[in-house]
Design a protein around this ligand. Structure first.
Ligand SMILES: [Fe+2]
Ligand SMILES: [Fe+2]
Length: 137
């Protein structure tokens, strides 16, 4: 399996989890509960993002002329980290819910961007064998 396909499959799993989180949000009653959701998502999103950064770096070595999509990918990852860090430090329930909702909204847009723009560029830059090898790293 190519790494771009594996990453898209992970997106589908995250999106299903986001749907569940959004559905349960009105019933969450404590700040601690919202922070636990953030702490559960953070390491999974971090691992996913690291694989993408590694892939982007590999692709960039082949098509140095078109950096913009990879810079946006990196900036989005930083924004996600910032939102989750702010969530971890949130002082009240409403603030935490707002930050988690913002993180989910930005990640939905980010996943779409990756699938429609960044991954196709990576697939163009790298051979299928390289994309398959990267998914085994
Ligand atoms: Fe990403
Ligand atoms: Fe992604």
């Amino acid at each position: 399996m190519r790494i771009t396909d594996a990453l898209s499959t992970e997106h589908a799993v995250f999106l299903a989890a986001f749907d569940q989180v959004e559905q349960m949000m009105p019933y969450v009653q404590t700040l601690g509960e919202v922070k636990v959701i953030g702490r559960l998502l953070e390491p999974l999103l971090h691992r996913h993002g690291e694989k993408e950064e590694h892939l982007a770096f590999s692709a960039l070595n082949h098509i140095l002329k078109d950096r913009q999509p990879f810079e946006r990918l990196h900036l989005d990852h930083q924004e996600k980290d910032n939102l989750l860090a702010q969530l971890a430090g949130a002082g009240n329930l409403a603030e935490a819910q707002h930050l988690l909702r913002m993180a989910i909204v930005m990640l939905r847009v980010h996943f779409l961007y990756e699938e429609q723009v960044a991954f196709p560029l990576m697939e163009k830059a790298l051979q299928d064998e390289s994309l398959e090898a990267l998914s085994r790293v």
